[in-house]
Design a protein around this ligand. Structure first.
Ligand code: HEM
Length: 889
């Protein structure tokens, strides 16, 4: 049984938010600026930037003690947005309207991007701060007024959201509409009165017929008990009144026909009241024995009446007027009601009960779904809106538009449900509870009757390419004839004759465990005891698998993908469409593009670690390859296979001198003296060549703290592209070559179309590549100059301690997490590479506790501190090479 009260009330803030946006748009339109101006690409880009700048300002203010309180309050407005809209609807409404209204109007008047951004952001901040200062005072004032009027100060929900102010806003908008469109207050009053009266008459009439009686009584109550309704349900009443008034006045303005306007107002008012009853039933209805929405016939009749009415009214209206836009909003609402009705009808047949329940839940619990599955909801809404808009453009028919919009929504809901079946849970189920259903993953291969005893010495004796045994969790496997076919590549040979239990767990999805059996030789009988920290780590890993922490969230990844593409689209559209100012074209656009590429690189990283797809699609599947190639090759422009091979090695033997391919930089930068002896042994034998190499290495070593940051930022990206091409061509990885070539061609085309000359294109590329260099700094800062261990040292310490000592976390905040792409939890990522990004922060406290219990350092630093630490340590090591003396020159 659905809990009607909670979701219905939660629906209201959503409606109000929509109304807030409409009010802001309406304000812009009334300033005779045109709706098109408010909706074009630049305005959308502007809104995107305004969100960013608001967030940055809020975050920045928290860093200074004087402004900390204000900053924290602003941060609270962003972080707890949903809660704010629920608890302080009016305030949120005002803030948003002011923010958007000021920004859009400024842009429309001045056509200056920066000015609009600054004005919008400042007004948003000011509105939020004023709201904070005024809310308490307003409530107090209202309480006093009520008491002065002899009313009880208790028990009014309207006080909580300051209904007085809300009324004022709706009232002023209503009045301004009347002023702009009708210009005769008497006619406007007449219109409203006549429309209201016709609703009352209709309500009276439908109470006479049994199936529609409840709806009739409800409508009567809404009109006759106005005062009580406004007091108990201020938002609902305000929305109903605004829509009723808006349609009536709007239609009169468009057609100058009183009759038409009254009829339109009547139909709209009735529909909206009934809709209100469904989404926000009165206390009396809630207490009643029947579901208020069971008055199916009435709703059906009203919806069809409204649809036909709308068709009649809007059919020949010019589409460029603001009325057509409002008509589209009405259509969306009507479409929603239709969907509900369709759901109920299907439910009546029995076979469609499941589908209907899904649709109804989606409609009634829309806010919950929006919160839990924002992408799914957004994609459904966009499908529906796109279909509705397309239908409107093609047919100009209201009925077709409503039907197609509703139908598209229906199909989209079913399709997304099917696609994300495993991620969608009922909102009543605690988030992730279903995901975390016990899923036992054997950490040890099942016993096998043919297994024989294998000693450690025997295992070690099978350590060549042609004779390769590997131990995993106490079992020994012979992969001599198979390692060439190993999907993970030659890394398996690095573990020939050794125990690879933890490394095996790092990379393989659980399904691979079943494949081990065919290689089984026997059981290891005299395995060396593992360190206590390793045992605890393995227990934690098994627990995390069991509790479902490793389950990826496709929706989360989709969101990240959209974020990346949005940044890229914003950057590209700025370059192609914005006024050609140096700030926009040579600074903002390349930075945005860099941000998009950086986010795509993070997503490629997630994908390759099996953190995106679930179940059957997990592991090396075509879906993973495709998404990985898209983000790594096509968007980021680097070789997917190169990155995968080197990165897996980096995870298997992190920072091991000379072996970790992603952290061996000597002689460019010396991280540990352990790197030197082997390098000295490999110096050229010719005396002069030896001397030159030695002198160059000394010079590089002496200046390494000075060259590090400039090289990483300035050359890192060029270097990565160069080695990607060389790797892909050498290994004949033609999909990589193709993706990287398309990337470069599109980049070149973008520069060619967007910028007029070579100089600007060069500057753009430099800014863009240097900005991407930040990503390289991010990656290096969490490992560089940490301790480095040889293979023997690693074996003695165990994997847990090794990973903790070779890795450090970067402290991040709610607003900077996305920027670090989850890699700020580098320790957790290294311990559990297949752990999805959104789970890293949840696992971090567990790892920290484990580290404390075993007395192992868990290092977490701020981003800047980590960079400074690297610089500091590089400087400390800058004379280390000299300490080795003259190598026999
Ligand atoms: C002992 C026998 C082993 C067997 C039977 C085995 C089997 C496999 C299989 C079937 C895959 C493909 C998994 C998928 O579809 O995602 C795979 C991938 C991989 N394996 Fe192994 N493996 C073994 C040992 C090792 C060892 C010792 C290492 C070294 C650390 C290793 C490293 C990898 C890596 C890096 C991948 C690629 C993972 C990815 O790209 O997602 N494997 N292995």
């Amino acid at each position: 049984m659905r809990d009607a009260k909670v979701p219905s009330y939660r629906f209201l803030p959503l409606l109000t938010m929509g109304a807030g946006i409409l009010v802001a748009m309406s304000a812009v339109t009334h300033a005779r600026l045109g709706m098109d101006a408010a909706l074009n690409l630049q305005t959308m880009t502007l809104s995107f930037f305004a969100c960013v700048s608001f967030t940055l300002i809020a975050g920045a203010l928290t860093h200074w003690s004087v402004t900390r309180t204000a900053g924290e309050m602003l941060v609270g407005r962003i972080v707890n947005a949903v809660e704010n809209w629920e608890k302080e609807t009016l305030r949120s409404f005002v803030e948003m309207s002011v923010w958007l209204g000021v920004m859009w109007s400024t842009f429309s008047v001045t056509h200056r991007f920066g000015m609009a951004l600054v004005c919008g952001t400042m007004s948003g901040v000011a509105a939020a701060l004023c709201g904070e200062a005024l809310t308490g005072a307003c409530r107090e004032l209202q309480q006093q007024l009520r008491i002065a009027c002899g009313e009880s100060s208790e028990g009014s929900t309207s006080l909580a959201s300051g209904s007085g102010l809300l009324l004022l806003i709706y009232g002023s908008v209503g009045l301004s509409m009347i002023y702009h469109h009708v210009s005769d207050i008497v006619i406007a009053g007449l219109l409203a009165g006549a429309g209201g009266a016709s609703i009352l008459v209709a309500a009276r009439l439908i109470t006479w017929w049994a199936p529609t009686r409840r709806a009739g009584i409800m409508l009567q109550d809404r009109i006759l008990d106005t005062r009580q309704n406004w007091r108990s349900f201020p938002l609902r009443s305000a929305i109903e009144a605004a829509m009723f008034l808006g349609v009536t006045v709007g239609v009169y303005a468009g057609h100058h026909s009183l009759l038409l306007a009254i009829q339109a107002g009547f139909l709209t008012g009735m529909t909206v009241c009934l809709l209100g009853e469904i989404v926000a039933p009165t206390q009396a209805t809630l207490a009643g024995e029947k579901d208020p929405s069971s008055t199916l016939v009435t709703i059906c009749a009203c919806v069809w009446g409204a649809a036909s009415g709308c068709h009649w009214i809007f059919a020949d209206m010019p589409t460029h007027t603001s009325v057509s836009f409002r008509a589209q909003i009405c259509l969306a609402i009507v479409g929603g009601v239709l969907l509900h009705v369709a759901g109920r009808m299907v439910a009546a047949t029995g076979w469609g009960r499941r589908i209907a329940a899904k649709l109804q839940r989606r409609l009634f619990l829309s806010l919950d779904y929006l919160r839990e599955h924002p992408l799914q909801t957004a994609s459904e809404m966009s499908c529906s809106c796109a279909a509705a808009i397309a239908a409107w453009r093609v047919t100009r028919g209201v009925q077709t538009t409503v039907l197609l919009g509703g139908l598209a929504l229906l199909v989209a809901v079913l399709a997304t449900d099917w696609i994300c079946r495993s991620t969608v849970t009922s909102p009543s189920t605690p988030r992730g509870a279903e995901d975390r259903a016990p899923r036992r993953v054997a950490s040890v291969a099942p016993p096998d009757a043919h297994a024989r005893a294998v000693t450690l010495a025997e295992l070690r004796s099978h350590s060549t390419r042609g004779d390769c045994w590997v131990a995993v969790h106490g079992r020994v496997y012979d992969v001599s004839d198979w390692h060439d076919l190993h999907p993970g590549g030659r890394i398996i040979l690095d573990y020939a004759g050794r125990d690879a239990s933890d490394q095996f767990e790092l990379f393989h999805p659980p399904s691979v465990k079943h494949k081990l059996r065919s290689f089984l030789v026997g059981s290891l009988v005299d395995a060396e005891p593992e360190p206590a920290s390793t045992t605890a780590y393995r227990t934690l890993r098994a627990k995390l698998w069991e509790e479902g922490y490793f389950e990826p969230s496709f929706a989360y990844s989709l969101m990240k993908q959209l974020l990346s593409l949005t940044c890229i689209a914003a950057g590209a559209s700025l370059l192609l469409a914005a006024p050609p100012t140096p700030l926009l074209h040579l600074v903002v656009a390349p930075l945005l593009l860099a941000l998009g590429v950086q986010q795509a690189a993070f997503l490629a990283h997630d994908t390759m670690h099996n953190c995106v797809f679930r179940e059957r699609k997990r592991g090396i599947t075509w879906q993973r390859q495709l998404l990985g190639q898209f983000n790594a090759g096509f968007v980021t422009g680097i070789s997917r296979s190169m990155w995968l091979e080197e990165h897996n090695m980096h995870h298997a033997y992190t920072l091991r001198p000379h072996v970790d391919p992603q952290f061996t930089y000597f002689p460019l930068w010396l991280q540990t003296a352990k790197e030197v002896p082997k390098w000295l042994g490999a110096l050229p034998t010719h005396r002069k060549a030896r001397r030159v190499v030695w002198l160059i290495a000394r010079l590089l070593n002496r200046t390494q703290h000075l060259t590090w940051l400039p090289l990483v930022m300035g050359v890192g990206r060029f270097n990565l592209i160069a080695i990607s091409w060389s790797f892909a061509l050498k290994r004949h990885s033609y999909t990589d070559v193709l993706a990287m070539a398309i990337h470069l061609m599109l980049y070149a085309a973008l520069l060619g179309y967007g910028l007029p000359n070579v100089r600007e294109r060069l500057i753009f590329t430099l800014v863009h590549y240097i900005a991407i260099g930040t990503l390289h700094v991010q990656l290096l800062a969490s490992h560089m100059m940490a301790e480095q261990f040889t293979e023997e040292e690693e074996a003695a310490m165990g994997v847990f301690k090794t990973q903790l000592l070779t890795t450090r976390n970067i402290r991040s905040h709610w607003w900077s997490h996305w920027f670090h792409g989850g890699l700020e939890h580098q320790i957790e990522h290294h311990l559990f590479p297949q752990l999805p990004r959104h789970q890293l922060s949840r696992v971090a406290p567990m790892v920290r506790t484990l580290a404390d219990q075993h007395g192992i350092q868990y290092m977490e630093l701020g981003f800047h501190s980590a960079v400074f630490l690297c610089l500091h340590e590089l400087r400390n090591m800058s004379s280390a090479l000299a300490a080795f003396g003259n190598p026999n020159l």
